[in-house]
Design a protein around this ligand. Structure first.
Ligand code: MN
Length: 221
C-alpha cells in the first residue's frame, strides 16, 4: 500500500496543478479573451497526461484524483442548466473517452442529436431522459443507449441530482440542436412536451453557478 500518497480532497486542489507537472510547460493565466481563445480546443484534461498515476482514487463528492471538474459546455453555446463534466479516461490509442456528467437537481442537459453514439450508465440519483420519442424514468445503474441521429436529453429530478457515466468515441461529430420545426414535431407528442417543459420534474428557478475547478470547455461534449 502506498503510504506516501497524500490525502486529497476535491476542494483543495490548486487550479494550476497542471503547471506543476514535469514535461508540461507552464501556461499563462487563462482569463478573459485568453480563455475565450481556448474555447474551441480539445480539453487539456489530465486524462491525456502520460504521467498520471494508473490508480486515481475516488474522492468525496463524486470527484476523482487528477480529474478536473469542467463546465459541461461553453455558456451560451447551447441550452442547458446546472451540468458539470469530468473526463475519467481519454484513450489516445483506444479511441474512447469515458466521462462523468452530473446534472444538479432541476437541471438538464442539451436537447441534441449527432452521428456518434452514447453508452450511458446512471451512477447517482435519478431523473428522466428523452431518447428519440420515448421518455423514461431513470435511476442508479440503469443503462441507456443513444443511437446515431437520435434526439436525447437528460433531466435531473427536482430533489435529486442525476449523475451518469457516458462512453463516446474520441473522434466524434458535433451535436446538432433541433430546428423550430424539429422541436415542434417533438413537442407534438404530449409526453415529450411535458418532459421538455420539465413539468413532471422541477419548478423553474434561478440557475446555480457551476463550481468548476478548471476553466476549459469542450463545446462538442
Ligand atoms: Mn449527446
Amino acid at each position: 500500500m502506498d503510504q506516501t500518497r497524500p490525502h486529497r480532497s476535491a476542494g483543495t486542489r490548486p487550479d494550476n496543478h497542471l503547471d506543476d507537472r514535469p514535461g508540461i510547460p507552464a501556461s499563462p493565466a487563462r482569463t478573459g479573451a485568453a480563455a475565450e481563445g481556448l474555447q474551441t480546443a480539445r480539453s487539456p484534461s489530465t486524462a491525456d497526461d502520460p504521467h498520471r498515476p494508473l490508480l486515481r482514487r475516488a474522492l468525496q463528492g463524486w470527484r476523482w484524483e487528477d480529474v478536473d471538474l469542467l463546465r459541461y459546455k461553453q455558456e451560451g453555446s447551447a441550452p442547458f442548466r446546472d451540468v458539470t463534466r469530468q473526463v475519467l479516461f481519454a484513450q489516445a490509442a483506444g479511441g474512447a473517452e469515458w466521462r462523468y456528467f452530473e446534472v444538479a437537481p432541476g437541471g438538464w442537459s442539451t436537447l441534441e442529436r449527432h452521428e456518434h453514439t452514447h453508452s450511458v450508465m446512471i451512477l447517482r440519483g435519478r431523473g428522466r431522459c428523452l431518447v428519440g420519442a420515448q421518455v423514461h424514468d431513470v435511476a442508479e445503474h440503469d443503462l441507456i443507449e443513444v443511437a446515431p441521429r437520435t434526439w436525447h436529453q437528460f433531466r435531473a429530478a427536482a430533489d435529486a441530482p442525476l449523475g451518469f457515466l457516458c462512453l463516446v468515441s474520441r473522434e466524434r461529430d458535433r451535436p446538432q440542436l433541433p430546428s423550430a420545426s424539429e422541436l415542434a414535431a417533438l413537442r407534438a407528442l404530449p409526453e415529450v412536451a411535458r418532459f421538455l417543459d420539465g413539468a413532471d420534474l422541477a419548478p423553474a428557478g434561478p440557475a446555480r453557478p457551476v463550481p468548476v475547478t478548471h476553466p476549459h470547455t469542450d463545446p462538442d461534449a
